[in-house]
Design a protein around this ligand. Structure first.
Ligand code: ASP
Ligand code: MG
Length: 422
């Protein structure tokens, strides 16, 4: 069996939902578990609803939610005939759940409410898409993933209970797959042992698909995206970016680590552990080969470029002209851990330490203040971090000529440069 994942862009309009049906028809007769995200920008819109609610702006929250309701109802009306009434009933139940909550006053933490409201996006989209596919002749069975994927109550970034979820897959999902062949369910959401909804972190649907692929020992996971496959650079910034037809798990983890927005980084491990290939396929043209990610070791990969904008460089000088020794470095690591800061690049010299990180103003101010006890601190903002894997000198020179280099770190495999003026 195969696990498919369609992201928000793939279900953002009636045309794209029809395209989903078109793609699926060429897999007719196969066992499929299909994971679907919320439609288009629904998750962002639901975030605004929770923010208003938590700000005690009940009317604003209800109004924002009304717009989300209407857009889903419109989509359902356009797509459905025979299944419209039944779907309307399901949608209305989900709407009511949220509206009840919005009528209360917030008494729990923000993250708790976030998950109770935001999870609706995936539920609404899958109800509509499942009903449409059934009408379009692609029979499938809708599953509420919250009955399968159990998590802890770390709201907004919940951790999966693999044991419990594995048993549910075995006892519920497998028999349903045998009976119906095709299951449509939600990505990104789960539930606690007290039946409270949880979410797995933004863009978490890829991860849900990987969890299912792992637990079902799928022959492959297919992510349908609005790109040709994984590219060696962002085509919006580099018009001559080329398609990478093959990658291995470790390379993708490296790319995600350096900031490439290819695939949710948590996605790879569950697949890697069972050697399940991940196919990144083109949503608009299903016949294009796309990219396959598997465990083969690969030679001769082209340079892979990742640009991270909005970087900050913190320069720390030892105060008393002594060398940067073990103690200050240990203290600094402790500070970074305490402030939950993950440096993107760090370099230690005789009397200085340089740290490049994402611009998170509050955290950085706190860190700078705390570090001022040990070091002289300088902060520079508005920088870009360029990473090139499998680089060659010609290419590196081309990319850095004419720019001010603030910091550079090089290994035989990877070069990273902090640049000003990009
Ligand atoms: N709908 C969620 C988000 O936009 C999850 C996903 O799309 O993967 O973050
Ligand atoms: Mg998405």
């Amino acid at each position: 069996m195969k696990v498919f994942k369609f992201g928000g862009a793939s279900v953002s309009s009636t045309e794209s939902i029809r395209q989903v049906a078109h793609i699926l028809k060429s897999y007719q007769g196969e066992e499929l578990l299909i994971v679907i995200s919320a439609m288009g920008k629904t998750t962002n819109a639901l975030e605004k609803v929770v923010e208003a609610f938590y700000d005690n702006k009940k009317e604003a929250a209800l109004q924002l939610f009304e717009a989300i309701k209407q857009s889903h109802l419109t989509t359902a009306k356009y797509l459905l005939v025979k299944n419209f009434n039944e779907t309307l009933e399901q949608l209305t139940n989900f709407f009511t759940e949220v509206e009840w909550l919005l009528h209360d006053k917030p008494v729990q933490g923000f993250d708790y409410y976030y998950d109770q409201v935001v999870c609706i996006g995936e539920l609404l989209s899958t109800v509509i898409v499942s009903a449409y596919l059934n009408e379009a002749g692609f029979a499938n069975h809708w599953v509420d993933v919250r009955d399968i994927i159990r998590t802890d109550d770390n709201f907004r970034d919940a951790n999966i209970d693999w044991h419990y979820s594995g048993e549910k897959v075995e006892n519920v999902v497998l028999p349903l797959l045998k009976e119906h062949k095709v299951i449509v369910t939600q990505g990104f959401i789960g539930s606690t042992d007290e039946n409270e909804s949880t979410t797995l972190g933004r863009e978490g649907s890829d991860y849900t698909a990987a969890v299912f692929a792992n637990l079902l020992n799928a022959e492959g996971q297919y992510i349908w995206k609005d790109v040709e496959g994984v590219m060696n650079a962002d085509p919006k910034l580099f018009p001559d970016a080329q398609l990478l037809s093959e990658l291995n798990y470790d390379e993708v983890i490296e790319m995600a680590y350096y900031g490439a927005q290819v695939i949710h980084p948590k996605t790879i491990k569950p697949l890697q552990n069972k050697g399940i290939p991940l196919y990144v396929k083109c949503f608009l043209n299903k016949d294009l080969p796309g990219t396959v990610i598997h465990k083969k070791s690969l030679k001769g990969l082209p340079p892979i470029v990742v640009l991270k904008q909005n970087q900050v460089l913190i320069q720390l000088h030892s105060k008393d002209f002594s060398f940067v020794g073990e103690k200050p470095v240990a203290d600094l690591y402790q500070l970074l851990a305490d402030s939950k800061i993950k440096p993107n690049l760090m370099q230690t010299g005789a009397v200085t330490i340089q740290i490049c990180l994402d611009n998170q103003t509050e955290k950085i101010e706190k860190l700078a203040l705390a570090a001022a006890g040990i070091f002289e601190v300088q902060v520079e903002k508005g920088l870009t971090l360029l990473t090139i894997r499998h680089y060659n000198d010609v290419m590196l020179q081309k990319m850095i000529t004419g720019k001010t280099i603030e910091l550079m770190q090089q290994t035989p495999e990877t070069v990273q440069v902090v640049l000003k003026g990009i």
